[in-house]
Design a protein around this ligand. Structure first.
Ligand code: GLU
Length: 477
């Protein structure tokens, strides 16, 4: 195979969404697998709908995902002279013609065809005009073949045959001088030497038109691979309604790029029954042969769970800088260091996202623990005061606090009372974290440190005393 050259050409009319990200990913994986070049192109010729903000959002999203490109970003709006040159080439070769039909006239004919239950199609009124041309604005149309067939040998869908008479003489340049999508895309793919066009199958019907344009312009045909769309759970086009957001919203929700990409690669591609892939494995194993023929159904829960698998296996030191902004956003002025490393290490197996991790880490940084109401009712009872006091004494007597020593201290307290460890552990857990569920208690104490643990146990004792003293206090029974 010649060097593979692919492209991702989003239209900057909004943020990069899940579907676009998957298209970009497939192109990127295919290119990296074959050691080729991946090109980023921005299709911004629709000036009314394109915005600079969207261009930046697309670039930010690609960068966050780590889908690096080798050439570009090329903006179509900066390439107008190139399209013009190609329009003139087709005009001079008699493969395109000027069309002076007014938009209202075309619209009138379109409506009439629909009323007569015919497929609307340009009637070729200007197809054989020659100079002198009428005055007034004109569009340029491609002079397509009136008979024969155009065959798409799709790498995913197989052979698709189109009757040329079904294909309109499409407009390649509007009367304002702007190229249309089908034309600009072929000029770009042709001049950029694209070898593989991998895109959503909503573009299948454009492909025969593009093939005809490639031939008319004399550019070699790329291979086409049309990937089935991603649908929502009700099998309609994916939208916000299905919980699908822009790529950057997933960043804000605390997803890892690797988790999101892993989920996306499996929506439409498979490798046996393997679910979890590192980026390296995706590159190594990706092939167009294993792209499925049916639509992928977006499942936010599955995405969360796959992300959780990625969080779990990531080294704590790599997660620390990623989770830090989420913790800071909660108003805690903390810094990277051993403590945060340990916190992340004990939380990474319990958090599906960085947001969850930051939530679960919060009790470590709180000045004052708020007790969950149910948990306090059940475990912060007068008999716990005694346990807390014994623990405080024990902790004070420790020269250097370690997880092992903390464990034997707690076990000793339980043994002396002839009660199970959990009977000691639960009140302590509520005192230290506010909740009945938390990571391992010995680790929690080790991370909190002696002074903070003692402070929280003392505060919990004070809380119990004040609840008992309160008339109707919950601990009166
Ligand atoms: N701008 C088009 C889109 O976003 C690109 C289609 C193509 O890949 O040719 O759908």
């Amino acid at each position: 195979m010649n060097q593979v050259r692919t492209r991702f050409p989003p239209s900057p009319t909004g943020f990069l969404h899940i579907g676009g990200a998957r298209t970009a990913l497939f192109n990127w994986l295919f290119t990296r697998h074959h050691g080729g070049k991946f090109i980023l192109r921005i299709e911004d010729t629709d000036v009314t709908r394109s915005t600079e903000e969207a261009v930046n959002a697309i670039i930010d999203s690609m960068q966050w995902l780590g889908l690096n490109w080798d050439e570009g970003p090329f903006l179509q709006s900066k390439r107008l002279a190139i399209y013009q040159e190609h329009v003139e080439k087709l005009l001079s070769r008699g493969k395109a013609y000027r069309c002076f039909c007014a938009p209202e006239e075309l619209e009138e004919k379109r409506k009439r065809a629909l009323q007569e239950k015919k497929k609307p199609k340009y009637d070729g009124k200007c197809r054989n005009l020659s100079s002198p041309y009428p005055d007034g604005p004109y569009a340029v149309r491609f002079k397509g073949p009136e008979e024969g067939r155009t065959v798409v040998e799709d790498l995913v869908k197989g052979r698709i045959v189109f009757e040329n008479e079904e294909l309109d003489d499409l407009i390649i340049q509007r009367s304002d001088g702007m190229p249309t999508y089908n034309f600009a895309v072929v000029v770009d793919d042709g001049t950029m030497g694209i070898t593989h066009v991998i895109r959503g199958d909503d573009h299948v019907n454009n492909t025969p038109r593009q093939i005809l344009l490639f031939r008319a312009l004399g550019y070699p045909l790329p291979h086409f691979a049309h990937v089935p769309m991603i649908l929502g759970s009700d099998r309609t086009r994916l939208s916000k309604r299905h919980g699908a957001e822009s790529v950057m919203a997933y960043k804000e929700m605390g997803y890892l790029p690797g988790g999101l990409l892993n989920y996306l690669v499996r929506l439409g591609w498979s490798f046996g029954d393997q679910e979890i892939f590192s980026i390296g494995e995706m590159i190594e194993k990706f092939s167009l042969e294993n792209v499925g023929k049916s639509a992928g159904i977006f499942n936010p829960e599955k995405l969360r769970s796959i992300n959780g698998d990625h969080v779990k296996v990531r080294e704590a030191s790599k997660l620390v800088p990623l989770v830090l902004p989420f913790i800071k956003a909660k108003g805690y002025d903390i810094v990277e260091g051993e403590k945060l490393n340990k916190i992340v290490d004990i939380l990474k197996g319990r958090s599906k996202t960085l947001v969850e991790m930051a939530d679960q880490a919060e009790f470590f940084f709180k000045e004052e623990i708020e007790y969950d109401e149910e948990a306090a009712k059940k475990f912060l009872r007068p008999e716990a005061i005694d346990v807390f006091e014994e623990l405080i004494e024990g902790l004070k007597g420790m020269e250097i606090m370690s997880e092992a020593e903390v464990e034997s201290l707690l076990r000793g307290v339980a043994e002396r009372r002839e009660i199970k460890l959990v009977k000691v552990a639960q009140p302590v857990r509520v005192a230290l974290t506010g909740f009945t569920a938390s990571p391992g208690l010995f680790e929690v104490i080790d991370i909190l440190g002696k002074a903070q643990t003692i402070k929280r146990l003392e505060e919990a004792s004070a809380f119990i005393r004040s609840s008992v003293a309160r008339p109707g206090g919950e601990n009166e029974d």
